[in-house]
Design a protein around this ligand. Structure first.
Ligand SMILES: Nc1ncnc2c1ncn2[C@@H]1O[C@H](COP(=O)(O)OP(=O)(O)O)[C@@H](O)[C@H]1O
Ligand SMILES: [Mg+2]
Length: 297
């Protein structure tokens, strides 16, 4: 009896190992294409992830890049709402194999391509693991077409958010001066520090660059001390009513108010990002891929 139980346990373990291997390989395949895949996440909601994802996509597109935005904040997806777009098909149809990837891509401002998450589809918020990996496998096709793939992951540390972060080349964490935002960002970073080491911070809704520096320092110190994780400052965005104004009109602020304070901050970030990209190319995609493989858990 004990023998049989042992055999069964081994079989289950083997099957799980096989599944894990398959998942890891789909994640690696996704990551090693030509596009730079960036997960935009945060500890808590309402910090400006979606605004930043969409407008950064526009800024990068204006610099001559082919940019895709994937709204993976399933359950609370709102990239399309922010832009006043009404997609016919969404990730929901892709996940359920009802539509192809091409069917769910819509064109947003400045030629940015958008894969909508489908607003308010609650059941997608707790997608089973298999479906998440299947989705990642589907999205891998974009790697050949895009220069950048920005993924709005939603807030917090659900398994799906962590999977998307793991499947990306970089993680951009959006944080605000709010104390809860800083502690929740730390909680997020604690969960990903073993699977993603390229962490960039964007400090949003600040009054000054000095305030942004202070917020970044607070996070940097605890990450270094307790997680041995070196995070990098990518930039900041000033608190600017034009951001809210544009979103009320369902427009991208970078298009509506290109010379606003927020747009100028975002311009700096997109230029800095292009520079990071150059440095990354120098290091070489292969070296970067190897680094990712060996930095895995
Ligand atoms: N820099 C900013 N200045 C002023 N308001 C902002 C700024 N960034 C975001 N907002 C506003 O904050 C709210 C939440 O932003 P949103 O992008 O939806 O956050 P998240 O996706 O993290 O939940 C929105 O009303 C948005 O217009
Ligand atoms: Mg959002």
């Amino acid at each position: 009896m004990a023998d049989q139980a042992e055999k069964l346990r081994k079989m289950i373990e083997e099957a799980q190992k096989e599944r894990d291997k398959e998942k890891d390989s789909s994640i690696e395949k996704f990551k090693k294409g030509d596009a730079r895949i960036i997960a935009v996440s945060s500890g808590k909601g309402g910090v400006g992830k979606t605004s930043i994802t969409v407008n950064l996509a526009v800024a990068l597109s204006k610099l001559g890049n082919e940019v895709y935005v994937i709204d993976a904040d399933l359950g609370l997806a709102n990239v399309d709402v922010l832009l006043g777009l009404i997609p016919k098909y969404t990730l929901f149809h892709l996940i359920n194999s009802e539509r192809s990837l091409d069917d769910v891509i819509i064109e947003g401002p400045s030629g940015v391509k958008i894969v909508s998450g489908g607003s308010g589809i609650r059941e997608l918020a707790n997608l089973p693991e298999e479906k998440v990996y299947n989705l990642i496998k589907n999205l891998a096709v974009l790697n050949k077409k895009a220069d950048y793939i920005l993924i709005d992951t939603g807030a917090g540390i659900s398994d799906m958010v962590l999977d998307f972060i793991k499947a990306s080349n970089d993680l951009f964490v959006v944080v605000t001066p709010d104390a809860a935002s800083i502690t929740d960002s730390y909680a997020l970073l604690k969960n990903i520090s073993k699977s993603q080491e390229n962490v960039y911070v964007i400090v949003n809704k600040v009054e000054s660059s000095r305030e942004a520096d202070e917020v970044f320092s607070r996070l940097e110190i605890v990450c270094k001390r307790f997680l041995k994780l070196d995070i990098q400052k990518l930039g900041y965005i000033l608190d600017d009513f034009k951001v809210k104004d544009a979103s009320k009109n369902q427009k991208a602020f970078f298009v509506e108010y290109p010379n606003s304070a927020a747009s100028n901050c975002l311009k700096l970030i997109s230029h800095r990002l292009s520079k990071v990209e150059i440095e990354d190319k120098k290091e070489g995609r292969f070296a970067s891929f190897i680094k990712h493989v060996f930095s895995k858990k």
